[in-house]
Write a protein that binds this ligand. Structure first.
Ligand SMILES: [Zn+2]
Length: 280
């Protein structure tokens, strides 16, 4: 699932390639994947982009917003004179393909494909009030200045759920998903099963910094294209942070610190990877 660095990588691509372009048509192949009246977005220029957690906003000249959530398998792919006709790595098919749900065409004939194999993702046309309503349960973005040591520690103290699960709570820490959750706990030498409210102030400080550092490191690598190969860049290439995973998807492999085999367990149904020696 695309997490903060993956969605931010997509946003930066879109900033470079579709800012200032005007939408001339929107084709919807899957009604479930598009919410709202697409007519309101026609003949509108994309004036800026923004991101909150894993949600991406394209702001239109008339004040409306196209809000994207990629969920499990969503992809945003651009076809233009720079990239040519894009071919996603996973199936080599020309777009639109069987996973294409929405196609945006711009007045210069550039196309933006919203692909989503599992159909959990969506695009919504919203006004500003509807955007606020849609994001009212989204917490503090972990790359924002509001994600302070104080906020982080307070949120951890407020629940006895396992730290692994609490970090995934988008109403507290927007943008964290399973990859960076697992790896940040490893770097912080914290056992994923322990209760969130047992984390000390000192541990919280270290964990917060590791989360931020990992997000920035992954962003530098263009995000993570994990084993499912679902996350790709808008030009069809893949991210490279998967070559830098610490424990995520490395079960049985040696711990990078002590060589103990990395263990995989499930906590609240989520795959959890950790070093039983470093993260006691
Ligand atoms: Zn270890």
């Amino acid at each position: 699932m695309p997490e903060l660095p993956e969605v931010e990588t997509v946003r930066l691509f879109l900033d470079q390639h579709i800012l200032g372009k005007t939408i001339s048509s929107i084709e919807i192949f899957s009604p479930k994947s598009f919410v709202g009246d697409q007519k309101n977005a026609i003949n509108q220029e994309i004036v800026f982009t923004s991101r909150l957690g894993k949600q991406l906003s394209l702001h239109l000249k008339n004040g409306l917003i196209l809000l994207f959530h990629l969920k499990m398998t969503g992809q945003v792919i651009i076809g233009d004179s720079v990239f040519g006709h894009p071919t996603p790595k996973e199936d080599k098919s020309i777009l639109p393909n069987k996973s294409t749900r929405v196609v945006f065409t711009f007045s210069d004939h550039t196309k933006l494909f919203f692909n989503d194999q599992r159909k959990f993702g969506w695009v919504k046309v919203l006004d500003k009030d509807e955007l606020v309503e849609a994001q009212k349960n989204v917490g503090v973005d972990v790359l924002s200045s509001a994600f302070t040591d104080k906020y982080f520690y307070q949120q951890l103290q407020s629940t006895s759920r396992s730290i692994k699960v609490v970090l995934l709570d988008q109403s507290k820490f927007a943008g964290v998903g399973n990859i960076y959750d697992n790896d940040a706990l490893f770097l912080s030498k914290i056992n994923p099963s322990i209760s969130s409210n047992k984390i000390t102030k000192k541990q919280a400080k270290v964990l917060r910094q590791n989360l931020i550092d990992l997000m920035n490191e992954s962003l530098f690598h263009g995000g993570s294209t994990a084993k499912d190969n679902k996350y790709i860049h808008p030009d069809g290439t893949i991210g490279e942070h998967q070559y830098h995973f610490r424990v995520y998807q490395r079960s049985g492999g040696p711990c990078l610190v002590c060589q103990t085999p990395i263990k995989r367990i499930k906590i609240a149904g989520r795959g959890t990877f950790y070093c039983p020696r470093c993260q006691k």
